[in-house]
Write a protein that binds this ligand. Structure first.
Ligand SMILES: O=c1ccn([C@@H]2O[C@H](COP(=O)(O)OP(=O)(O)O[C@H]3OC[C@@H](O)[C@H](O)[C@H]3O)[C@@H](O)[C@H]2O)c(=O)[nH]1
Length: 378
Protein backbone atom coordinates (compact mmCIF):
# COMPACT_ATOMS: atom_id res chain seq x y z
CA UNK A 1 0.00 0.00 0.00
CA UNK A 2 2.74 2.26 1.07
CA UNK A 3 4.64 1.40 -2.08
CA UNK A 4 1.64 2.19 -4.19
CA UNK A 5 1.19 5.52 -2.49
CA UNK A 6 4.85 6.38 -3.01
CA UNK A 7 4.61 5.29 -6.67
CA UNK A 8 1.42 7.39 -7.13
CA UNK A 9 3.05 10.40 -5.52
CA UNK A 10 6.21 10.01 -7.56
CA UNK A 11 4.05 9.47 -10.69
CA UNK A 12 2.13 12.63 -9.85
CA UNK A 13 5.41 14.42 -9.21
CA UNK A 14 6.79 13.38 -12.59
CA UNK A 15 3.66 14.69 -14.31
CA UNK A 16 3.84 17.85 -12.26
CA UNK A 17 7.50 18.23 -13.13
CA UNK A 18 6.68 17.81 -16.83
CA UNK A 19 3.87 20.32 -16.50
CA UNK A 20 6.11 22.75 -14.65
CA UNK A 21 8.87 22.30 -17.20
CA UNK A 22 6.43 22.90 -20.08
CA UNK A 23 5.08 26.02 -18.36
CA UNK A 24 8.63 27.30 -17.79
CA UNK A 25 9.47 26.72 -21.46
CA UNK A 26 6.36 28.58 -22.63
CA UNK A 27 7.15 31.45 -20.24
CA UNK A 28 10.71 31.62 -21.57
CA UNK A 29 9.60 31.60 -25.23
CA UNK A 30 6.98 34.27 -24.46
CA UNK A 31 9.56 36.48 -22.78
CA UNK A 32 12.06 36.06 -25.65
CA UNK A 33 9.29 36.85 -28.22
CA UNK A 34 8.22 39.85 -26.17
CA UNK A 35 11.72 41.26 -26.07
CA UNK A 36 12.11 40.62 -29.80
CA UNK A 37 8.87 42.35 -30.80
CA UNK A 38 9.68 45.17 -28.43
CA UNK A 39 13.07 45.69 -30.03
CA UNK A 40 11.51 45.54 -33.51
CA UNK A 41 9.00 48.21 -32.69
CA UNK A 42 11.76 50.43 -31.29
CA UNK A 43 13.80 49.80 -34.43
CA UNK A 44 10.82 50.46 -36.73
CA UNK A 45 10.09 53.61 -34.84
CA UNK A 46 13.71 54.69 -35.25
CA UNK A 47 13.65 53.89 -38.92
CA UNK A 48 10.48 55.89 -39.37
CA UNK A 49 12.14 58.81 -37.65
CA UNK A 50 15.20 58.59 -39.90
CA UNK A 51 13.00 58.33 -42.98
CA UNK A 52 11.06 61.35 -41.82
CA UNK A 53 14.28 63.31 -41.34
CA UNK A 54 15.55 62.31 -44.78
CA UNK A 55 12.23 63.35 -46.29
CA UNK A 56 12.48 66.70 -44.57
CA UNK A 57 16.04 67.25 -45.80
CA UNK A 58 15.28 66.15 -49.36
CA UNK A 59 12.02 68.09 -49.78
CA UNK A 60 13.70 71.44 -50.69
CA UNK A 61 16.08 69.62 -53.05
CA UNK A 62 13.11 67.96 -54.77
CA UNK A 63 11.55 71.37 -55.20
CA UNK A 64 14.77 72.74 -56.69
CA UNK A 65 14.97 69.80 -59.12
CA UNK A 66 11.36 70.41 -60.14
CA UNK A 67 12.16 74.12 -60.73
CA UNK A 68 15.24 73.19 -62.75
CA UNK A 69 13.26 70.70 -64.84
CA UNK A 70 10.67 73.35 -65.53
CA UNK A 71 13.31 75.89 -66.50
CA UNK A 72 14.93 73.28 -68.82
CA UNK A 73 11.71 72.74 -70.66
CA UNK A 74 11.16 76.49 -71.02
CA UNK A 75 14.63 77.72 -71.79
CA UNK A 76 14.78 77.22 -75.58
CA UNK A 77 13.84 79.93 -78.03
CA UNK A 78 10.59 79.10 -79.86
CA UNK A 79 11.03 76.49 -82.57
CA UNK A 80 8.61 76.00 -85.49
CA UNK A 81 7.13 72.58 -86.07
CA UNK A 82 8.10 71.13 -89.44
CA UNK A 83 6.65 67.94 -90.88
CA UNK A 84 9.05 65.02 -91.48
CA UNK A 85 9.05 65.83 -95.21
CA UNK A 86 10.09 69.50 -94.72
CA UNK A 87 12.46 68.99 -91.79
CA UNK A 88 16.10 68.74 -92.90
CA UNK A 89 19.15 67.31 -91.17
CA UNK A 90 21.66 70.13 -91.41
CA UNK A 91 25.36 70.18 -90.57
CA UNK A 92 27.03 73.52 -89.82
CA UNK A 93 30.81 73.38 -89.64
CA UNK A 94 32.08 76.28 -87.55
CA UNK A 95 28.56 76.48 -86.13
CA UNK A 96 29.77 77.84 -82.78
CA UNK A 97 31.48 80.83 -84.42
CA UNK A 98 30.20 84.36 -85.00
CA UNK A 99 28.26 83.75 -88.25
CA UNK A 100 27.75 80.00 -87.64
CA UNK A 101 25.94 80.50 -84.35
CA UNK A 102 23.49 83.01 -85.87
CA UNK A 103 22.86 80.56 -88.72
CA UNK A 104 22.30 77.82 -86.12
CA UNK A 105 19.68 80.01 -84.42
CA UNK A 106 17.81 80.62 -87.67
CA UNK A 107 17.79 76.99 -88.81
CA UNK A 108 16.81 75.73 -85.34
CA UNK A 109 13.98 78.26 -85.07
CA UNK A 110 12.84 77.27 -88.57
CA UNK A 111 12.37 73.74 -87.16
CA UNK A 112 15.30 71.81 -88.67
CA UNK A 113 17.62 69.29 -87.03
CA UNK A 114 20.99 71.00 -86.66
CA UNK A 115 24.36 69.42 -85.96
CA UNK A 116 27.10 71.90 -85.12
CA UNK A 117 30.69 70.83 -85.61
CA UNK A 118 33.39 73.07 -84.17
CA UNK A 119 36.97 72.69 -82.91
CA UNK A 120 36.53 75.86 -80.79
CA UNK A 121 39.67 77.41 -82.26
CA UNK A 122 37.80 80.70 -82.70
CA UNK A 123 34.25 79.44 -82.05
CA UNK A 124 32.75 79.40 -78.56
CA UNK A 125 30.42 76.95 -76.84
CA UNK A 126 28.72 79.94 -75.22
CA UNK A 127 27.42 81.03 -78.67
CA UNK A 128 25.20 77.94 -78.97
CA UNK A 129 24.73 76.92 -75.33
CA UNK A 130 21.07 78.02 -75.42
CA UNK A 131 20.36 75.01 -77.70
CA UNK A 132 22.27 72.37 -75.74
CA UNK A 133 19.88 69.60 -74.73
CA UNK A 134 17.26 70.46 -77.38
CA UNK A 135 16.07 67.36 -79.20
CA UNK A 136 16.77 68.93 -82.64
CA UNK A 137 20.29 70.04 -81.73
CA UNK A 138 23.65 68.35 -81.49
CA UNK A 139 27.09 69.84 -80.79
CA UNK A 140 30.20 67.90 -81.80
CA UNK A 141 33.71 68.92 -80.82
CA UNK A 142 35.46 67.96 -84.03
CA UNK A 143 38.08 69.40 -86.36
CA UNK A 144 37.05 69.21 -90.04
CA UNK A 145 40.66 68.38 -90.91
CA UNK A 146 39.64 64.88 -89.74
CA UNK A 147 36.93 63.00 -91.69
CA UNK A 148 33.40 62.99 -90.32
CA UNK A 149 30.80 60.27 -90.81
CA UNK A 150 27.24 61.43 -90.26
CA UNK A 151 24.00 61.41 -92.27
CA UNK A 152 22.80 64.86 -93.33
CA UNK A 153 20.82 66.55 -96.13
CA UNK A 154 22.64 69.90 -96.20
CA UNK A 155 26.09 71.10 -95.14
CA UNK A 156 26.90 74.74 -94.43
CA UNK A 157 30.71 74.68 -94.47
CA UNK A 158 31.80 77.72 -92.46
CA UNK A 159 34.72 76.29 -90.49
CA UNK A 160 37.74 78.60 -90.75
CA UNK A 161 39.17 81.49 -88.79
CA UNK A 162 37.91 84.66 -90.53
CA UNK A 163 39.56 87.60 -88.82
CA UNK A 164 42.94 88.56 -90.35
CA UNK A 165 44.88 88.37 -87.03
CA UNK A 166 43.28 84.96 -86.35
CA UNK A 167 43.95 83.41 -89.74
CA UNK A 168 47.49 84.82 -89.85
CA UNK A 169 48.23 83.52 -86.34
CA UNK A 170 48.55 79.94 -87.64
CA UNK A 171 48.68 80.07 -91.45
CA UNK A 172 49.33 76.33 -91.83
CA UNK A 173 46.25 75.50 -89.78
CA UNK A 174 44.22 78.00 -91.83
CA UNK A 175 45.41 76.30 -95.03
CA UNK A 176 44.67 72.81 -93.70
CA UNK A 177 41.19 73.83 -92.56
CA UNK A 178 40.30 75.37 -95.91
CA UNK A 179 41.87 72.64 -98.07
CA UNK A 180 41.74 69.29 -96.21
CA UNK A 181 38.67 70.42 -94.26
CA UNK A 182 36.81 71.33 -97.45
CA UNK A 183 37.86 68.06 -99.14
CA UNK A 184 36.52 66.13 -96.15
CA UNK A 185 33.19 67.95 -96.23
CA UNK A 186 32.85 67.51 -100.01
CA UNK A 187 33.65 63.80 -99.53
CA UNK A 188 30.90 63.62 -96.90
CA UNK A 189 28.47 65.47 -99.24
CA UNK A 190 29.27 62.99 -102.01
CA UNK A 191 28.84 59.91 -99.75
CA UNK A 192 25.49 60.93 -98.29
CA UNK A 193 24.15 62.91 -101.26
CA UNK A 194 24.03 66.21 -99.33
CA UNK A 195 24.13 69.71 -100.79
CA UNK A 196 27.13 71.77 -99.62
CA UNK A 197 27.30 75.54 -99.25
CA UNK A 198 30.83 76.96 -98.97
CA UNK A 199 31.32 80.16 -96.98
CA UNK A 200 33.78 81.82 -99.35
CA UNK A 201 34.89 85.42 -99.06
CA UNK A 202 35.39 88.76 -100.71
CA UNK A 203 39.08 88.06 -100.08
CA UNK A 204 39.11 85.84 -103.20
CA UNK A 205 39.17 89.20 -105.06
CA UNK A 206 42.37 90.15 -103.15
CA UNK A 207 43.31 93.82 -103.50
CA UNK A 208 40.85 94.32 -106.38
CA UNK A 209 41.52 96.17 -109.60
CA UNK A 210 37.82 96.06 -110.50
CA UNK A 211 35.35 98.14 -108.52
CA UNK A 212 32.77 97.26 -107.30
CA UNK A 213 33.53 93.56 -107.35
CA UNK A 214 31.18 91.32 -109.33
CA UNK A 215 31.27 87.53 -109.40
CA UNK A 216 32.92 87.46 -112.84
CA UNK A 217 36.09 89.10 -111.54
CA UNK A 218 38.98 86.66 -111.02
CA UNK A 219 40.73 88.68 -108.37
CA UNK A 220 44.16 90.08 -107.59
CA UNK A 221 45.78 88.03 -104.84
CA UNK A 222 49.41 87.88 -103.70
CA UNK A 223 49.90 84.09 -103.46
CA UNK A 224 52.86 84.37 -101.08
CA UNK A 225 51.73 87.29 -98.92
CA UNK A 226 50.57 87.12 -95.27
CA UNK A 227 46.89 86.93 -96.28
CA UNK A 228 47.45 84.13 -98.80
CA UNK A 229 46.72 81.32 -96.31
CA UNK A 230 43.12 82.56 -96.17
CA UNK A 231 42.68 84.11 -99.63
CA UNK A 232 44.26 81.21 -101.51
CA UNK A 233 42.76 78.69 -99.08
CA UNK A 234 39.27 79.96 -99.95
CA UNK A 235 40.09 80.18 -103.65
CA UNK A 236 41.17 76.55 -103.78
CA UNK A 237 38.15 75.61 -101.63
CA UNK A 238 35.96 77.09 -104.40
CA UNK A 239 37.98 75.14 -107.00
CA UNK A 240 37.35 71.94 -105.02
CA UNK A 241 33.60 72.60 -104.90
CA UNK A 242 33.39 72.87 -108.69
CA UNK A 243 35.65 69.84 -109.21
CA UNK A 244 33.30 67.76 -107.00
CA UNK A 245 30.30 69.22 -108.80
CA UNK A 246 31.64 68.37 -112.27
CA UNK A 247 33.28 65.04 -111.49
CA UNK A 248 31.01 63.62 -108.80
CA UNK A 249 27.74 65.49 -109.32
CA UNK A 250 27.79 67.03 -105.80
CA UNK A 251 25.36 69.96 -105.48
CA UNK A 252 27.35 73.01 -104.38
CA UNK A 253 26.55 76.61 -103.47
CA UNK A 254 29.26 79.27 -103.02
CA UNK A 255 28.63 82.46 -101.02
CA UNK A 256 31.29 85.16 -101.29
CA UNK A 257 30.83 86.89 -97.95
CA UNK A 258 31.84 90.55 -97.59
CA UNK A 259 32.64 92.31 -94.30
CA UNK A 260 30.07 91.45 -91.65
CA UNK A 261 29.46 92.63 -88.10
CA UNK A 262 27.05 91.94 -85.26
CA UNK A 263 26.65 90.41 -81.84
CA UNK A 264 28.90 87.52 -80.70
CA UNK A 265 31.97 88.98 -82.40
CA UNK A 266 34.63 88.34 -79.82
CA UNK A 267 36.21 91.33 -78.09
CA UNK A 268 39.63 90.12 -79.23
CA UNK A 269 38.42 89.28 -82.73
CA UNK A 270 40.75 91.92 -84.17
CA UNK A 271 38.48 93.05 -87.01
CA UNK A 272 37.88 96.74 -87.41
CA UNK A 273 34.30 97.10 -86.10
CA UNK A 274 34.88 95.26 -82.81
CA UNK A 275 38.30 96.95 -82.38
CA UNK A 276 36.89 100.48 -82.83
CA UNK A 277 33.85 99.88 -80.60
CA UNK A 278 35.97 98.41 -77.82
CA UNK A 279 38.57 101.18 -78.07
CA UNK A 280 35.88 103.90 -78.08
CA UNK A 281 34.16 102.37 -75.02
CA UNK A 282 37.45 102.14 -73.14
CA UNK A 283 38.50 105.69 -74.08
CA UNK A 284 41.57 104.30 -75.86
CA UNK A 285 42.84 105.57 -79.24
CA UNK A 286 41.04 104.17 -82.27
CA UNK A 287 43.78 102.41 -84.27
CA UNK A 288 43.55 103.22 -87.98
CA UNK A 289 45.98 101.21 -90.12
CA UNK A 290 47.54 103.34 -92.87
CA UNK A 291 45.85 106.59 -93.90
CA UNK A 292 42.34 105.25 -93.31
CA UNK A 293 41.47 106.00 -96.96
CA UNK A 294 40.90 102.28 -97.71
CA UNK A 295 37.21 101.44 -98.04
CA UNK A 296 34.87 98.73 -96.80
CA UNK A 297 31.10 98.14 -96.67
CA UNK A 298 29.61 96.32 -93.67
CA UNK A 299 26.53 94.12 -93.58
CA UNK A 300 24.68 93.09 -90.44
CA UNK A 301 24.92 89.41 -89.56
CA UNK A 302 21.16 88.73 -89.79
CA UNK A 303 21.15 89.91 -93.42
CA UNK A 304 24.01 87.56 -94.20
CA UNK A 305 22.30 84.60 -92.52
CA UNK A 306 19.10 85.19 -94.53
CA UNK A 307 21.19 85.34 -97.71
CA UNK A 308 22.99 82.08 -96.88
CA UNK A 309 19.72 80.21 -96.33
CA UNK A 310 18.18 81.64 -99.52
CA UNK A 311 21.25 80.66 -101.52
CA UNK A 312 21.39 77.12 -100.08
CA UNK A 313 17.76 76.52 -101.06
CA UNK A 314 18.09 78.10 -104.51
CA UNK A 315 19.23 76.43 -107.72
CA UNK A 316 22.23 78.76 -108.21
CA UNK A 317 25.43 76.76 -108.20
CA UNK A 318 27.76 79.59 -109.33
CA UNK A 319 29.28 82.00 -106.73
CA UNK A 320 27.10 84.77 -105.29
CA UNK A 321 28.29 87.92 -103.48
CA UNK A 322 26.59 88.61 -100.13
CA UNK A 323 27.39 92.03 -98.71
CA UNK A 324 26.24 95.58 -98.17
CA UNK A 325 27.11 97.93 -101.05
CA UNK A 326 27.23 101.04 -98.81
CA UNK A 327 30.91 101.90 -98.97
CA UNK A 328 32.86 104.15 -96.56
CA UNK A 329 36.48 104.81 -95.75
CA UNK A 330 37.90 103.31 -92.58
CA UNK A 331 38.55 106.81 -91.25
CA UNK A 332 34.84 107.62 -91.72
CA UNK A 333 33.98 104.48 -89.75
CA UNK A 334 36.35 105.50 -86.97
CA UNK A 335 34.65 108.91 -86.71
CA UNK A 336 31.16 107.39 -86.90
CA UNK A 337 31.84 104.89 -84.11
CA UNK A 338 33.51 107.57 -81.99
CA UNK A 339 30.43 109.80 -82.25
CA UNK A 340 27.91 106.94 -81.74
CA UNK A 341 29.70 105.85 -78.57
CA UNK A 342 30.13 109.52 -77.53
CA UNK A 343 33.77 108.77 -76.84
CA UNK A 344 36.68 111.09 -76.17
CA UNK A 345 39.10 108.64 -77.80
CA UNK A 346 41.70 110.02 -80.19
CA UNK A 347 42.31 108.56 -83.63
CA UNK A 348 45.75 107.00 -83.89
CA UNK A 349 47.33 106.22 -87.26
CA UNK A 350 49.41 103.01 -87.33
CA UNK A 351 51.49 101.53 -90.18
CA UNK A 352 49.50 100.10 -93.08
CA UNK A 353 48.84 96.33 -93.05
CA UNK A 354 50.65 94.44 -95.82
CA UNK A 355 48.48 93.59 -98.89
CA UNK A 356 45.47 95.30 -97.28
CA UNK A 357 42.76 95.60 -99.98
CA UNK A 358 42.36 99.31 -100.74
CA UNK A 359 38.82 99.38 -102.10
CA UNK A 360 36.05 96.90 -101.48
CA UNK A 361 32.38 97.02 -102.29
CA UNK A 362 30.17 94.18 -103.44
CA UNK A 363 28.18 94.20 -106.63
CA UNK A 364 25.05 92.44 -105.39
CA UNK A 365 22.93 92.55 -108.55
CA UNK A 366 23.12 88.76 -108.87
CA UNK A 367 21.81 88.14 -105.34
CA UNK A 368 19.07 90.73 -105.85
CA UNK A 369 17.96 89.30 -109.17
CA UNK A 370 18.23 85.58 -108.49
CA UNK A 371 17.57 85.37 -104.74
CA UNK A 372 15.48 88.48 -104.21
CA UNK A 373 17.99 89.31 -101.48
CA UNK A 374 19.46 92.59 -100.34
CA UNK A 375 20.60 93.80 -96.93
CA UNK A 376 17.99 95.64 -94.90
CA UNK A 377 20.49 96.79 -92.27
CA UNK A 378 20.19 96.77 -88.53
O1 LIG B 1 42.08 98.08 -85.70
C1 LIG B 1 41.95 98.05 -86.94
C2 LIG B 1 41.56 96.92 -87.64
C3 LIG B 1 41.46 96.98 -88.99
N1 LIG B 1 41.69 98.14 -89.66
C4 LIG B 1 41.51 98.22 -91.13
O2 LIG B 1 40.11 98.06 -91.39
C5 LIG B 1 39.92 97.39 -92.62
C6 LIG B 1 39.05 96.19 -92.40
O3 LIG B 1 39.78 95.24 -91.67
P1 LIG B 1 39.13 93.92 -91.03
O4 LIG B 1 40.23 93.27 -90.29
O5 LIG B 1 37.91 94.24 -90.30
O6 LIG B 1 38.67 93.04 -92.28
P2 LIG B 1 39.28 92.84 -93.74
O7 LIG B 1 38.39 93.58 -94.69
O8 LIG B 1 40.72 93.15 -93.81
O9 LIG B 1 39.15 91.26 -93.92
C7 LIG B 1 37.88 90.64 -93.86
O10 LIG B 1 37.38 90.58 -95.14
C8 LIG B 1 36.19 89.90 -95.38
C9 LIG B 1 35.98 88.62 -94.60
O11 LIG B 1 36.00 87.49 -95.42
C10 LIG B 1 36.87 88.40 -93.43
O12 LIG B 1 36.08 88.52 -92.29
C11 LIG B 1 38.07 89.27 -93.26
O13 LIG B 1 39.12 88.62 -93.85
C12 LIG B 1 41.30 97.08 -93.14
O14 LIG B 1 41.67 98.04 -94.07
C13 LIG B 1 42.20 97.14 -91.92
O15 LIG B 1 43.51 97.49 -92.22
C14 LIG B 1 42.08 99.28 -88.98
O16 LIG B 1 42.30 100.32 -89.57
N2 LIG B 1 42.19 99.18 -87.64
Amino acid sequence: MMKRVIWLISGLNRRMMKLLFALALIAYIASVWGTYTNMRSIQEHGEMKIEQRIDEAVAPLREKIRDLEQSFSQKYPPVKFLSEKDRKRILITGGAGFVGSHLTDKLMMDGHEVTVVDNFFTGRKRNVEHWIGHENFELINHDVVEPLYIEVDQIYHLASPASPPNYMYNPIKTLKTNTIGTLNMLGLAKRVGARLLLASTSEVYGDPEVHPQNEEYWGHVNPIGPRACYDEGKRVAETMCYAYMKQEGVEVRVARIFNTFGSRMHMNDGRVVSNFILQALQGEPLTVYGSGAQTRAFQYVSDLVNGLVLLMNSNISSPVNLGNPEEHTILEFARLIKSLVVSRSQIQFLPEAQDDPQRRRPDIRKAKMLLGWEPVGW
